[in-house]
Design a protein around this ligand. Structure first.
Ligand code: G6P
Length: 607
């Protein structure tokens, strides 16, 4: 998974491309490159490193100028991060940037080698410009050569293609995201919308097998058979400022602090307190009374939202929900059927495994509902219905505000379902709406205690391993807490259901192991107290998070952090916030790359 951008217009392209590319760095950041077209010549610069290194490399280089160009930030799949494997890749006068994986590249490479083509990288991408050149040599024009090449490729791609001979930029996509930004006499391509928000708010979302040709200030879109097609231009209401740090040191911190507002944004328009209903006007939901089963499937943090959603539906409505990790779901024989609802959760809407799970569900006749944050994303476009979280662009690789808005939305969906099935009456809905409306304020009180969490982070930052324990709906919360710590601080953290600790992890406990326990005063309270005793007896270093001001284990804890109380199904939305800040502060104190942790990418568009 990589980020690609392109520009064609009257302005100097280099700064535009570098600017946009920086906003895509969350997708990959091990190497970067740029190609600029200037009066029939294309000059390329590539480096191993980040976009800032690329910027330094091209600054003052008079050759790297032009009014059309492509750029790329890479997350290596085929070929180690290095200058020669960095994009753009070139064959003769054809230059390509690519996000995706060409599965049959070895076979194609062998054929091309036999025809005398020489390869300079270990990437799958390099076959693409060579195939195009091969077709041009056979006599096809540029556009037809691209189309003929696409027909030979197996796998996924978002492509930007230019050639020296003609001032034309071609974009194509299949199973990897690509949008076209439209402005006056200029066109942009990018892997996602936020990269271009300070340039335009008008976008075309390309569909699979579309080929877009931008030439002489005009855009034409063709299908893979070369037939001209139309795609609508959408106006999006996100702004450039939303994708900036706005005075915060890191995007992650800014996004954690945005949670009260974006949770409110996700509720607005959907909760009708007086009527005692929750409505999704934007969404044509199927007749929920006919749905025989609900599934929730996702990856990473979004999968933790599924686990919490399951508890919400089961604890309030007594409706069973089956959950799965998308990469598992798609490769087992998921017994999902017609008249069942498959809910797919994804911030980006571009996670390859989640999209594949959606397709599998559709194939088997289920109604697919996606909960997405990114407008125009593949999942949003291809599911039967989409409910959007209104988190705004999330740039930090570690997901925070997207997660809590997913939880808010799942809670609303649970209330909506409860009403439709006559499991909740208007008074009960009203009461629940009242509770969720208080959530933004309660999260704010935790954010106000960020300095306390920073002190805790200072105390714990030197430990090498952490054990996180929770029960019931808070087991997924501690899973998310442990994941946050791993992702941004590179400290090993394992989450366990508190009651299961005695079946293994207890062997790890001594004074060198911080044990982070989330223990609210709910139905799990007493049982968790016993588990905490087991930790204390073995000299475990207890860090307790609780909403119970009189928690009986607090005197035995090394440190206790108090969180506001709420009803059981809403606990995770609040209690994850201190974990996010704890992880953030540890990472910041350790000096890791918080927004772009090593080896991770924000949106995993490959299997
Ligand atoms: C990557 C990101 C995670 C994210 C997961 C699922 O692993 O680093 O932060 O939770 O993908 O992404 P999605 O966009 O589908 O929610």
């Amino acid at each position: 998974m990589c980020g690609i951008v392109g520009y064609t217009g009257k302005k100097e392209a280099s700064n535009i491309l570098i600017d946009a590319l920086k906003k895509l760095e969350y997708r990959g950041y091990d190497s970067a490159g740029i190609a600029l077209w200037n009066n029939g010549k294309i000059n390329i610069a590539r480096i191993k490193g980040k976009v800032n290194d690329l910027k330094k490399e091209i600054t003052g280089n008079g050759n790297l100028k032009g009014s059309m160009g492509l750029a790329h930030t890479r997350w290596a799949t085929h070929g180690v991060p290095s200058e020669r494997n960095a994009h753009p890749h070139r064959a003769a006068d054809v230059v390509v940037v690519h996000n995706g994986i060409i599965e049959n590249y070895l076979e194609l490479k062998e054929k091309l080698k036999k025809k005398g083509h020489r390869f300079l990288s270990d990437t799958d991408t390099e076959v693409i410009p060579h195939l195009i050149v091969n077709h041009i040599r056979e006599g096809l024009n540029f556009i037809d050569s691209v189309i003929a090449t696409l027909k030979e490729l197996k796998g996924s791609y978002a492509l930007g293609i230019i050639r020296e001979k003609k001032r034309v930029m071609i974009a194509a996509k299949k199973e990897s995201p690509l949008v076209i930004g439209v402005a006056d006499g200029e066109y942009f391509i990018a892997s996602d919308i936020p990269a271009l928000l300070d340039k335009t708010n008008r976008f075309i979302f390309l569909e699979d097998d579309d080929v877009a040709v931008m030439q002489d200030g005009k855009l034409s879109i063709f299908n893979i058979d070369g037939k001209k097609i139309e795609r609508p231009v959408h106006t999006v209401h996100w702004t450039g400022a939303m994708a900036e740090k706005g005075g915060y040191k890191h995007f992650m911190l800014k996004e954690i602090f945005e949670q009260p507002r974006v949770i409110s944004d996700t509720l607005i328009g959907r909760i009708k307190e007086e009527k005692g209903v929750v409505e999704f006007e934007e969404l044509k939901l199927p007749d929920i009374t006919k749905m025989k089963k609900i599934w929730m499937v996702a990856c990473g943090t979004s999968y933790h939202a599924c686990l919490i959603g399951k508890h919400m539906f089961e604890s309030i409505l007594s409706i069973p929900v089956e959950t799965d990790i998308a990469s598992e779901f798609r490769y087992r024989n998921p017994l999902v059927r017609k008249d069942e609802m498959l809910i797919l959760i994804s911030q980006s809407g571009e996670t390859a495994d989640t999209i594949a799970a959606m397709k599998e569900g559709k194939k088997r006749g289920a109604y697919t509902l996606s909960i997405c944050n990114a407008l125009g994303s593949t999942l949003a476009r291809e599911s039967d219905g989409t409910a959007f979280t209104h988190a705004g662009p999330e740039i930090g690789v570690a997901s925070t505000k997207a997660f809590t808005t997913q939880l808010a939305l799942l809670f609303l969906l649970m209330l909506h379902t409860g009403k439709k099935l006559n499991l909740l009456n208007s008074d009960e809905i009203r009461k629940n709406i009242g509770e969720i409306k208080k959530i933004p304020h309660k999260i704010q009180t935790i954010l106000d205690m960020s300095p306390t969490l920073e002190d805790l982070a200072r105390t714990y930052m030197k430990f090498k391993n952490f054990l996180y324990l929770g029960r019931g709906i808070n087991y997924p919360t501690v899973k998310e807490g442990a994941l946050k710590l791993k992702e941004v601080s590179y400290i090993h953290a394992e989450a366990y259901p508190a009651g299961e600790m005695k079946h293994g992890p207890i062997a790890l406990i001594d004074e060198h192991l911080p044990v982070v326990v989330l223990s609210p005063g709910d139905q799990t309270y007493k049982k968790t107290c016993s588990n905490i005793e087991e930790v204390i007896t073995r000299q475990g270093n207890l860090l307790l998070f609780t909403d119970n001001p009189d928690h009986e284990m607090a005197p035995k804890a090394k440190n206790t952090f108090f969180i506001p109380e709420t009803i059981y199904p809403l606990q995770p939305i609040i209690s994850v916030a201190p974990f996010q800040l704890f992880a953030y502060h540890i990472a910041n104190l350790l000096g890791t790359d918080v927004d772009q942790p090593r080896n991770l990418a924000k949106s995993v568009t490959v299997e």
